[in-house]
Design a protein around this ligand. Structure first.
Ligand code: ZN
Length: 269
């Protein structure tokens, strides 16, 4: 029973592309890839976190996904052997805002009201576009995998992407994120409105962060993303993560080769 594998792959990718577009539609983009995909005019191609369309095969699923396999600045990575530097803290100007949750099949994305929150780093301003959850976490710290990871995706006026990662560890209920977990849509493509979510309260008090240049962690794995993974994790309850797991299957891309990239840890006073 030996079929030519390339043929099988091509057929599978074709069918999935149609299925994905039918169920999710071009208006239901994936995680942080949405704007990059739209800008590049990429076709909606389905991907998964296991099996034939899993992370090891993302680069083969579409021409536009080649960077997932060929890139040399991919994310996530293991955060280890960071060089300590003295730089100003991240300026995260977050407040309370309404969000719209969408189950895009890969995560539940919370789209922000424009102007609701911003990140300023080195005098450069990025507006918060959306946040979403990965469970388990994607970045590891000295080889340790955390229970989940929040990605707060920001964009500047030119479309450059900066992501703030918040590591989550199971413990007390996360009250700031309760509106998110309590309103999770249960079907791919469905949405839910959250009237108010206190974003500032989601962040740990200590804003010390691991900083490096990486990529989107979902296809098309576009590089040039500025990563700021906060070194201090915050707690989330087992029940909250179970609610997410009941909707979204494990959605963490494995860590990628560092390829000698610089990794720094900003030291706070
Ligand atoms: Zn993400």
């Amino acid at each position: 029973m030996s079929r030519p594998r390339p043929l099988v792959l091509v057929l599978t990718a074709g069918v999935l592309a149609l299925t994905g577009c039918t169920t999710a539609g071009p208006t239901q983009p994936t995680a942080e890839a949405s704007t990059a995909a739209a800008a590049a005019g990429t076709e909606h191609v389905e991907f998964t976190y296991a099996g034939a369309e899993g992370p090891e095969h993302w680069g083969e699923l579409a021409d536009d996904f080649a960077t997932c396999a060929d890139g040399t600045a991919q994310s996530p990575i293991d955060l280890t052997d960071a060089t300590a530097i003295q730089v100003p803290d991240l300026a995260l100007d977050y407040g309370t805002a309404g969000v719209v949750l969408t189950d895009n099949g890969h995560t539940v994305q919370a789209d922000e009201e424009p102007g609701a929150a911003a990140l300023t780093v080195d005098g450069h301003v990025y507006e918060l576009a959306q946040f979403h959850l990965h469970e388990p976490a994607e970045h590891t710290v000295d080889g340790t995998t955390y229970d989940a990871e929040l990605h707060l995706v920001h964009k500047d006026a030119d479309g450059a992407v900066a992501v703030v990662g918040v590591l989550l560890t199971v413990g007390a209920e996360n009250e700031a994120l309760a509106p998110y977990f309590d309103a999770l849509p249960t079907q791919v493509g469905s949405t839910a409105e959250v009237p108010a979510l206190d974003l500032a309260a989601v962040l740990p008090t200590d804003r010390s962060s691991y900083r490096y240049s990486g990529s989107l962690t979902t296809p098309p794995c576009t590089e040039g993303v500025s990563w700021f993974v906060l070194a201090t994790p915050v707690e989330v309850s087992a029940d909250q993560l179970a609610a997410f797991r009941s909707v979204i299957e494990p959605n963490n891309r494995p860590v990628q080769d560092g390829h000698g990239r610089d990794l720094v840890l900003d030291a706070t006073d």
